[in-house]
Design a protein around this ligand. Structure first.
Ligand code: SAM
Ligand code: SF4
Length: 356
């Protein structure tokens, strides 16, 4: 695989500077519900060094490497989206930091910050963050989301099937030391971290990090019953309100989270509630997998193949057509429903494909 990333100013294949025609500025990305797309979540690998039990099975089958976009293709794709008005890119996975040379992509995209890109961010499990935090900051990354569901080492090992909590905590500390703003994301899991959520929130806030709780979503077969994992966040919120003073926050990121301020911890807490509160109205994002499959909605089956367009004889025209199709089929709302017991997952693909 050729993983060399061209510098933004000297692209190797000029025809892959997608959709850029100085004579006619390409139109912004607006879907059928008049939602303007300004945010791309770009998965750079489906591989991971953890095996979170709500995300993937222990024996996960990963994609052949030849199917995965090269770093150069990922850069070209990102460039095409930027040309269409995307101003924020989140690199995700699988675990993005397990991909060799991934820093080259951050560095190349980082050069566009302050020009045609406003924000470059990352979602990571944190295991490799200690070794990458400084160079990410140097590339222009200012904020990272780190997934952390428990502070208990044995529980972490059981939940992720790997004993990596010390590395994750080291990674979070390194990110803070490098000046990165850290947000902690925790999936609320019935009977797993349910009892620990207040401690996790209090710890995160004491470290100066925002915390966001997420309801588990029925994506992919994970060997466990989804219903057994599902903990509605309205229940969690009610319990937290018995302990702390929660005040609706005016803070908004343009994302699905709704925030409260907690008086006693002095921190901010977000709730991502695909089940107990729909958040699709203001959706501003598209997701692309590491193989170049565009999913207009995390909770829908709609799909458009950008890799075929990218590797075709006329990438510019075919990508424009593929993006047009994605905007046309982007649904109004996600289609999540918690499975009935024993049923196949609502969507066959795992979260590690689309990166959340
Ligand atoms: N490996 C990185 C990480 O864990 O942060 C990035 C990819 S991971 C798929 C992105 C986010 O999705 C993580 O916060 C993870 O907890 C969350 N996630 C994974 N599977 C999920 C599911 N079935 N429902 C809800 N969130 C899930
Ligand atoms: Fe890996 Fe992230 Fe999925 Fe956990 S949630 S298995 S860290 S991709």
């Amino acid at each position: 695989m050729n993983d060399a990333v061209p510098t933004p100013r000297a692209p190797r294949k000029p025809d892959l500077i997608l959709l850029r025609d100085p004579a006619a500025a390409p139109p912004p990305l607006v879907d059928g519900f008049q939602r303007r797309i300004t945010y791309l979540r770009l998965s750079v690998t489906d591989r991971c060094d953890l095996r979170c039990s709500y995300c993937m099975p222990e024996r996960m089958t990963f994609l052949p490497k030849k199917d995965v976009l090269t770093l150069e293709e990922l850069y070209d794709l990102a460039t095409g989206f930027i040309a269409r008005g995307v101003t924020k890119i989140r690199i995700t996975g699988g675990e993005p930091l397990v991909r060799r040379d991934i820093i080259d992509l951050f560095t190349a995209l980082g050069r566009r910050l302050g020009h045609d890109l406003a924000e470059l961010t990352l979602t990571t499990n944190g295991t490799q963050l200690a070794g990458h935090a400084e160079v990410l900051a140097k590339a222009g990354v200012r904020r990272v989301n780190v997934s952390l569901d428990t502070l208990d080492r044995a529980r972490f090992a059981a939940l992720t099937r790997r004993d990596s909590l010390p590395q994750v905590l080291e990674g979070i500390a390194a990110a803070k030391a490098a000046g990165l703003k850290v947000k902690l994301n925790a999936v609320a899991l019935k009977g797993v971290n349910e009892d620990e959520l207040p401690d996790l929130i209090a710890w995160g806030h004491a470290q100066g990090h925002d915390v966001t709780l997420i309801e588990v979503m029925p994506l992919g077969d994970v060997e466990e019953e989804r219903l057994d994992q599902y903990l509605p966040l309205d229940t969690v919120r009610a319990r937290l309100a018995e302990r702390w003073t929660l005040t609706e926050s005016a803070y908004k990121t343009g994302g699905p989270a709704r925030y409260v301020d907690i008086a006693e911890t002095g921190g901010r807490l977000g709730f991502i509630t695909p089940h107990t509160g729909n958040f699709c109205e203001g959706c501003n994002r598209l997701r692309v997998t590491a193989t170049g499959q565009l999913y207009p909605c995390l909770g829908g089956g709609e799909q458009v193949d950008l890799r075929a367009a990218l590797r075709s004889d006329d990438p510019k025209t075919n990508l424009a057509a593929a993006l047009g199709e994605a905007l046309r089929i982007k649904p109004e709302k996600h289609n999540f429903r918690m499975d009935t017991r024993g049923a196949a997952p609502a969507l066959a693909r795992h979260m590690s494909m689309t990166g959340g």
